[in-house]
Design a protein around this ligand. Sequence first.
Ligand code: SF4
Ligand code: SF4
Length: 166
Amino acid sequence: MKFERYGIGLIKGMMVTIQHLLRHPTVSQYPEQRLNISRRTRGNELIWSREKCTGCATCAKTCPQGAIEIVTSTNLADNKYEVETYRVDTGYCIQCGLCVEACPYDALFMGYSFERAKYRRGDLVQSDDELLESPERPASGYYHPEIAEKLPEQTLLIDKIVEKRK
Ligand code: SF4
Ligand code: SF4
């Protein structure tokens, strides 16, 4: 009796394997295939605007993690602060976005990019030019709906699967 069941189980298992082989894949082949993430993504890197920043340090005071360090000097001629160093330890940052919300001059944004893995802990500290916006480091729409509406529409994996099945 046991001998007869042995062969049937093997065939059933093979049927399941074959069924899956014929199905359309339901995953994307990252990093070759990339889906657009949601426009409402908060992001995980800060984007800083050197031009807009006044050195008020509101962001640093707001940060619950103490992840922002800002060094300023006084420009007595123009009666304003000069930002000498603006540094964020993204290893401590919890992406809460409070600094972005607190900035009174719209000089800070959350980033839309997400590939930030580094080999060394020290490489997670970003300062000055590393924090500026670039094509590789676009700002996210978090707290800035005017940016969100210009971002590409989110690609939904389910739409891709339905498209392939047609
Ligand atoms: S997102 Fe939050 S944790 Fe990160 S730097 Fe801003 S306030 Fe600090
Ligand atoms: S709150 Fe805004 S303007 Fe003030 S130091 Fe931070 S980034 Fe600059």
